[in-house]
Each structure stands twice: as structure tokens, then as C-alpha cells.
Design a protein around this ligand. Sequence first.
Ligand code: AMP
Ligand code: GLY
Length: 422
Amino acid sequence: MKLMVVGGGGREHAIIKKLKENPSVSEIFALPGNGGMADDCTPVPIGALEIEKIVAFAVENKIDYAVVAPDDPLVLGCVDALEEKGIPCFGPHANAAIIEGSKVFSKNLMKKYGIPTAKYEVFTEMNAALAYLDSAPIPTVIKADGLALGKGVIIAQTREQARDAVISMMRDKKFGKSGEQIVIEEFLEGPEVSVLSFTDGKTVVPMISSMDHKRAIDGDQGLNTGGMGTIAPNPYYTAEVAERCRKEIFLPTIAAMNAEGRTFKGCLYFGLMITKDGPKVIEYNCRFGDPETQVVLPLLESDLLTIMQAVTNETLAETEVKFSNQSACCVIMASDGYPLSYQKGFEITMSARAKAKTYVAGAVRKDGKLLSNGGRVLGVTEIAATLPEAIEKAYDLVNEIHFENAFYRRDIGKRALLALEE
Ligand code: AMP
Ligand code: GLY
């Protein structure tokens, strides 16, 4: 089978490595992929947003199955466009990807169907939002409605910060059209859990839980990033919490999307906060998380392609989805300065052992060398029987990888270890 994966980061590399385990896979193209994954697939210089070119490539190359991984092509209808040409795909249609594409949509969905989430108000007009802030409880959370490269959420610790956030989104159009509508919501507290799930619109199968580390610096300090590391499973996601999530969040969300005529098929990501009043939804993503995928898929024991095809064919209920009972830790090696400005183009060297366990997020191949080419450069994943061992092994591997301005957090998994001791 010839496969195609749309996207080009560490998440896509993890998906590709897992898909390759199926013996019927003869070739995998990554659009655009990156030079660091060229041993596992064929990178093709077509961007993830170039939908017409993606479809033309798939038709010309007789692609048997496509996986669309990033949020923006999903929201733009990449799956719809590929299916129109008869290419079977993994990923939601645009009318379901809106669950991530519009926060106003997802908040209203949760309110309508009684799915637990932070209390909120929607504003389309700046003065109304500013007037509301005069008496809103502080801290408060301001969210741009649309996609904003993960930067559209501002936790305001003061009324002034909240006002600045509203003005930057609604008057200064910091996120363009994405900020035309905003959500102002209640600040929630508690540990966060990411649960990715497979769903074919009838059945929902949660994957092993994970924990992201979004801030740039140790101790959860510094700016928000795309994610500096992950561990799985997440110790805050106990069997009891999992059961509540299934009943109060996962099944109601699938049913709600069906009731709205927006059946979701693909990977639905639940960003949860375990508050003292129980689990609540912080966000939905219409795709695999990055870098959650880099710890979740290495623990998947069943065949990924078989599961994905079962989602497409709506036979997930009859398909085995089994996870290992081991633990995983992924440490992201970034370029110093990320998420702001950083230098790139430094040669990356690593041991063969490290290479086998590294997912490449941002690198190019030039004259036989691998050069850093992004903010997040590598994701280094190790698996072990216990979480402390997985963390130790992952950091051992990091020591076998070098590039000049490498930067990484030293405390990935620390909060999870504290939870295990509680
Ligand atoms: P999002 O882009 O929606 O994932 O939000 C980014 C991060 O902001 C989340 O992972 C949370 O850490 C934080 N966040 C979002 N909404 C809230 C909220 N209502 N209360 C507290 N923290 C939040
Ligand atoms: N790691 C969070 C995300 O993929 O949105």
C-alpha cells in the first residue's frame, strides 16, 4: 500500500514510524515532511495548506490511504477534497474539524449538551468585552475564536492584562480573523490531562493518557510553547477519573457532534483539567497532539493502519486497540530562544541508538548533514517499565544528541512523579 501523511513535524514522524510497522505498507510520502524523517518516508515539497496540490499528488501517485495530521488543513477541508477524488482518509471532515477551528462553536456545543467546561461569554464587539471585564473575576482567560498557532489563549492575571489581550485581538487584529470573535472564560485550576481518542462517530476509544509541558522553562515558567515534552500515562488520570470522562465528556461529545450533523471521524483530542469539581474540557483538538503523539503511539501495541482504516470504515467497535502497560517520556530539544526568535542551520549529530528513538520536528538535510531548521527540532522518546526509568532513559539519550544552540527542559515528568508519590 502507498500511504501519504500530510504535515511535517515530530507528530507526523511518530505517525509515519508507527504506520511503517504494517508489512503491507510499501511507501509513505510526507507532504511536506522534513529532511530528518527521510529514512522513514519520502518527503515531498508540497505544503500542508496547499490542498489542491495535495489532492493532485494523491491522484497522480495512486495513494491508497491518506492521513491528514495538522489542524489547519483539516479545518480547510483537506479530507473532504481527498475523498471527493476517492482517496480514503484518516481525519475529520471540515464540518467536524470546527470543534477545534472555532472555540465559540465548541463552547456553545458543550453548553448545549451539558458537557462540563469553564463558564464563558462570547463577544463579537470590543466595547462589550471591555465592559464585561470591569466586573469579571480575575484571573480570567481570553481566547481568540479561531486557530492561532496555539497562541490565541491568554491567561490574564490582572484586569489590565485582560483588557490588553482583548484590545490586541479585537482592535489590533493580532490573530487576524481568528480574533474577530472572542471567548472570555472562567479560570480553572487543577492538573491537566491530554486524552487522544480514536472515533468513527459510533465508538470512541480513548488512547493512553498523557501530560504535556507547555511552558518553555523548567518549573512551568516562561512563555507558552507548542509543547516541550510529554509523559504517558498521566498519573492524574485515575481509573475513576477515566470513567467519569467517558460518561460525562467522551460519549456526550460524540453524540453531540452526531446530533449537530457533524459526525467526527478521526482522532479527537480532549484537553482536560481535573478540577475539584471533576474533569472539565479545556479544549478540543481535531487531531493528534504534538508532542503527545510522540509518547502515545510508541506505547500502542496494535497496528495503527488497521485502526485508522477501521475509523474510516466505521468498524472501530470490532477492532483491537491495545496499549502497553509501560511508561514513556518525550523530551523536546528546541533551538535556544524558542518560542520567540532563534537561530537555525546548526549540524545535528547523534548516536545510532538515539536516532532510532528520535522524532524529527524541524530539520533539513544538506550535503549529507542534518541541520536544525525550526523552533522545536527533535523529540526524544524512551519507554520503560516505570515512569522514573523512562524519564531517566530519555535524558540519557538527550546526552547522545548534539547541536549548537540546543535547549530543553530538565524537568519533564517531574510533576507526574510528584503525583505518583502522593
Ligand atoms: P489551549 O490553547 O486552549 O490549549 O490553552 C492553552 C493552555 O491555557 C491550556 O493548556 C491551559 O493550560 C490554559 N488554559 C486554557 N483555558 C484555561 C482555563 N479556562 N483555565 C485555566 N487555564 C486555561
Ligand atoms: N500539545 C498540544 C497540542 O497539540 O495542541
